[in-house]
Structures are given as structure tokens and as C-alpha cells.
Write a new protein. Sequence first.
Length: 278
Amino acid sequence: MVNPLNAEGANPFEIAQEAANQIAKISGIANHDIALTLGSGWAKAADLIGETVSEIPGSEIIGFSKPAVVGHVGTIRSIRLPNGKHALVIGARTHFYENHGVRSVVHSVRTAAATGAKTMILTNGAGGIKPAWAGGAAVLISDHINLTGHSPLRGGPNFIDMTNVYSPRIREIFRRSAKALGVNLHEGVYVAMQGPQFETPAEIRMAQTLGADAVGMSTVHEATKARFLGLEVAGFSCLTNWGAGLSSAELAHEDVTAVGRQAAGQMVELLLHALPEI
């Protein structure tokens, strides 16, 4: 079955609005305040941040697909947070390497905006390339480097300022929360590669030279699109493995998701503490 986003003449914003309408009808929630996209190993967060009002298989909402990656739950949840706000929790993430096109990758962002969300929190499992940072560490993304060779804004003169893609205001909230909780929160630059293969040691050395601190295969397209749509963006990486060449262990996706699950408790604690201020 062809994804309607890839149909000739498709309007991605109209499809996102239809998706938002479907979510509102099924969940009974007319508007969501915050959207949270879950990366590899982050699924536990949806169970802990609030009361689940509805949980919808992503494949039942127009434009979304079944997850192709172990560690992604493939659902879209409406969650009532302790402060009464509603979060749209997106476990049905599409990665660029799945070959559905960047339009499908950022469909979740367009849909979140159509549901009324003003804030987008993006999470991922990433490779650590800074030797001083331990595996399982939380990294607040301060900036990113897009090495995928693609942009979700192609197709027009969509010139936007990218100086503060990751909201300084929200980053400060998370810093305060980390300090209050005694969580060792790092802050750094995330670099995205196309994947799906893990990076080579030479590519990791290149990323280090460019100033990156974590490497992965997601987030940058979503953050760029969210910025374009006027959403306030925050990003988190959980360092689930060392970059190639920095340890003797071979890289495997199963290990990535396992470390992510182990570190989830601390990440959720941080989210819960910060969300009331966001």
C-alpha cells in the first residue's frame, strides 16, 4: 500500500491535519500541548510520565507506518500529564534510512503541530564519541550537524534561522531539573548520518573533528521541520554505545535498545521534573 504522502500531488500539511483530526476523534483530546518523540530504548517513558488517555497503533493514522526498528513501540499515545496538560507521545517514528523519504520522516512533526502542540521534545539512542562520557549518559542536545545530505525544507525558499534550533529556555529548565535531582546531564552536539549501517571508525574520527559529541540516525530532520513550523524544540540523546573504534566491542542494535531501557528511569525522572515548567 502506497503511503499517501508519496502520492503524486499530495499535500503533506492536509494529510497532517487529517491525521490530527483522527487522533482527536479517537482520543477525545481536541488539542495537545506538547509532543514527545521516543527514540530507541525510550518506550518506558510513555508509561511513566502521566495517565494514558488513548493509545493508537500508528498504522491506523494516515501517513504513519508500522515501525521498522526494534525498540520503537509503533503507537501514538495521548497522555494527561500531572499538571493537566496533554502530551502527544509518538512511538511511530520513521527513520530516513527506511527509504520512505524525508517527507514521511517529518510527518510526525507536522501532525504534532496540527494537534496544537507548541513544544516538540525529540529523543534518541546515540553513539558516544566523547571518551569522558560514560555509556547510558544523558545528553541534552545544544546543536546538531546534518550529514544526511537531505533537508525537510527542500522544495522552496524556506530560509529559516538555525542559530537556536534547540530552545535555550527549555535547555535551562532541564539544567535546573538535573541539578535539583542530582542527575549528571551532559550537553553537546549531535551529528546525524544516513545509516542504517553503523558508522566506520574513520567517520567517527571525522565527527569528532567537526565538534560532535554524539552520533545517530535521526532527530535532525524533525528538529529542522519543527523549527520551521514555529515549535519550541528540545532534544535528548541517551548514549547507548561507543562510536566505532572507541571500544573493542562490535556494535549491535540489540545492545543499543538494552542500554536505553536501563537508562530510561533517570531520563523519565528528568522529564517529569521539567515538564511542568515547559
